[in-house]
Design a protein around this ligand. Structure first.
Ligand SMILES: Cc1cc2nc3c(=O)[nH]c(=O)nc-3n(C[C@H](O)[C@H](O)[C@H](O)COP(=O)(O)OP(=O)(O)OC[C@H]3O[C@@H](n4cnc5c(N)ncnc54)[C@H](O)[C@@H]3O)c2cc1C
Length: 547
């Protein structure tokens, strides 16, 4: 197998479990792994609170209301997933979800309450009940992160290493996980490339929004976990299904990287989308209008932008007034004002941007990947709960539920530490200076509108980029190489899937084709670096997730 690791590690650390990433999934996995009595090394490439989790605004979905049931949550999730959800995974999500949210509250997370002192629940696109719990108005992720970080900090059995960029998986003679190589900057004795050894490795590295030029994802979301897993020979699935958030603040034609999100909850509370002529165009597109599933809204916006020649549409939430904006959406209000729009009196310019990776490293219901000892949870994983499109606010919940499931699976796991030979470093790196070109090509040709022609164009760019970086590799080179690896498989899947489904829209195959394509695409890299793909049958019937 190939690796991108620099020569021989200069230092080592060891524990029973290495967890990579400190978002909702990694932090929850760490707490649950501790319940089995194991020591945990939690490594994260930025500071502990960095990642998508702290940016989550809308909230966390769970059937917590008296008039709601897990069955209804299951139904809404399967409909959004457009026939590709794994029904067993969704069942685990919706039935175990409410207890996981209650556990989070028990841990000290403060959710917003209604006048009667119960959880204040709201509704988002695709949900037929009020089931989104939120905190600090629109600062749900920050509160979840705060509570989990505090709980982790109290546990002496969890050692945290920040500023540690994980590079590759270390494996024993039987191919099982035995730790990771990582590059640490300026942490005293642990400086430069080292090895974190453990017979169990949990990937919780989040998504890969940075594969695209405009995204809601923070800078750390460079798909490192998916790329690392691919290099180690693990299977990944559903990479073609990238959700584009319909309402991301449009900050001008030159804006790159993370862009501010205007949460779906703003539409949930009654905001309208208007085109350049002031027309509320979603009414003619879908019976749920602005609350239609995200892919429907994103495509309708993109279509309207193409028809009018405008680079964005408008979001009108002036009807909220001062007080509601300040109480319910203080973060978005501040963000709008910081960028020069006052949503109390003005329209907000919005356009779709990459937001969520429904696919990732293929796991079973206990977070196990195809490599012994390697687990994955959160956005990096593909448990099958999202199918072709994620239902809003199901991802924080997925992180909680499946991280807890990994903890339970570890209770019965008997893997032990074994020697892992050093990795070779023969694979060429892509220079960090090529990152913008890669991202722009992906945004231009693999976003909400795809075709054989656009995919051939982007493939050409990706092949052209595959020349090596010169000199000693830096973080930018490593991350750009990971973005490139993810992009290659994403594009390969998008080319193969000759239909339109969920968040994958092929202009040249505009219909959903259940006969040919009600299968999941699963791929791994061969030892020569070629992409080897297979079709995986979908778990569960077509009674749910119909059009
Ligand atoms: C703006 C925004 C709003 C959102 N709103 C919602 C919402 O309202 N509800 C909802 O359910 N979901 C929402 N989401 C999605 C949700 O936030 C994410 O899917 C979820 O937080 C992912 O959690 P995670 O733990 O898997 O990953 P993250 O929280 O992204 O954490 C990943 C961690 O891995 C670390 N890492 C990555 N690569 C490496 C490496 N090579 N070495 C070491 N560490 C590494 C990162 O530094 C980070 O600590 C939103 C996302 C965004 C961006």
């Amino acid at each position: 197998m190939t690796s991108i690791t620099a020569p021989t590690p200069g230092w080592t650390a060891a524990a029973d479990v290495v967890i990579v990433g400190s978002g909702v999934a990694g932090l929850t996995a760490a707490l649950h792994a501790r319940r089995t009595g194991r020591t945990v090394l939690l490594v994260t490439k930025g500071r502990v609170e960095e990642g998508s989790t702290r940016w989550a605004q809308g909230g966390i979905a769970a059937a917590l209301a008296d008039d709601d049931t897990p069955e209804e949550h299951l139904h809404d999730t399967l409909v959004a997933g457009a026939g590709l959800c794994d029904v067993d995974a969704v069942t685990a999500l919706v039935t175990e979800g409410p207890e996981c949210v209650r556990n989070l509250i028990g841990l000290g997370a403060h959710f917003d309450l209604d006048a009667a002192g119960g959880l204040a629940l709201t509704r988002e696109g695709g949900h037929h009940r009020d089931r989104i719990a939120h905190a600090g108005g629109d600062a749900t992720g920050a509160e979840i992160s705060r509570a989990l970080v505090a709980a982790v900090a109290l546990d002496p059995g969890i050692e945290l290493i920040e500023g540690a960029l994980v590079l590759d998986l270390l494996r024993d003679a039987d191919g099982g996980a035995q730790g990771v190589t990582l590059h640490v900057m300026g942490q005293g004795q642990r400086d430069g490339v080292g090895a974190a050894l453990a017979p169990i490795v949990v990937l919780a590295t989040g998504g890969f929004g940075q594969v695209f030029a405009q995204t809601t994802n923070p800078a750390v979301a460079t798909g490192d976990g998916v790329a690392l897993a691919l290099r180690a020979g693990a299977e990944v699935a559903d990479l073609e299904f990238v959700q584009f958030h319909p309402t991301v603040m449009w900050l001008g034609p030159r804006a790159r990287g993370q862009q501010p999100l205007v949460s779906e909850a703003v539409r949930g509370e009654g905001a309208h989308l208007l085109d350049a002529a002031g027309e509320r165009f979603m009414i003619d597109v879908h019976p749920m209008a602005e609350l239609a599933p995200r892919d429907v809204v994103a495509r309708a916006i993109k279509r309207r932008m193409m028809e009018t020649g405008e680079p964005h549409v408008w979001l009108d939430a002036r009807m909220f007034g001062d007080r509601m904006w300040e109480e319910r959406f203080p973060t978005i209000l501040a963000s709008c004002r910081a960028h020069g729009f006052d949503p109390v009196t003005e329209l907000i310019p919005v356009a779709p941007a990459s937001h969520y990776a429904s696919g990732g490293v293929l796991t079973d219901l206990d977070g196990r990947t195809s490599i012994p000892g390697l687990f994955a949870c959160g956005e990096v994983a593909c448990t099958g709960v999202h199918g072709a499109n994620r239902l809003a606010s199901n991802s924080l919940l997925e992180g909680l539920v499946f991280a807890a499931r990994i903890g339970q699976a570890l209770a019965g796991d008997t893997r032990t530490a074994r020697p892992a030979p050093p990795l070779s470093s023969d694979a060429p790196l892509i220079s960090g200076s090529e990152r913008r070109r890669l991202q722009q090509a992906m945004s231009d040709d693999v976003s909400v509108i795809r075709s054989a022609e656009s995919l051939a164009r982007v493939r050409h760019v990706l092949t052209d980029l595959a020349s090596g970086a010169k000199g000693v590799p830096c973080t930018d080179d490593w991350e750009t190489t990971n973005l490139h690896t993810v992009a290659q498989v994403l594009v390969a899947h998008a080319r193969m899937r000759e239909e339109t489904r969920g968040s994958h829209w092929r202009e040249d195959f505009p219909e959903r084709d259940d006969e040919r394509w009600r299968v999941r695409l699963v791929s791994h890299l061969t030892e020569y670096g070629d992409i080897d793909s297979r079709h995986m049958p979908v778990q569960g019937g077509l009674t749910h997730g119909a059009h």
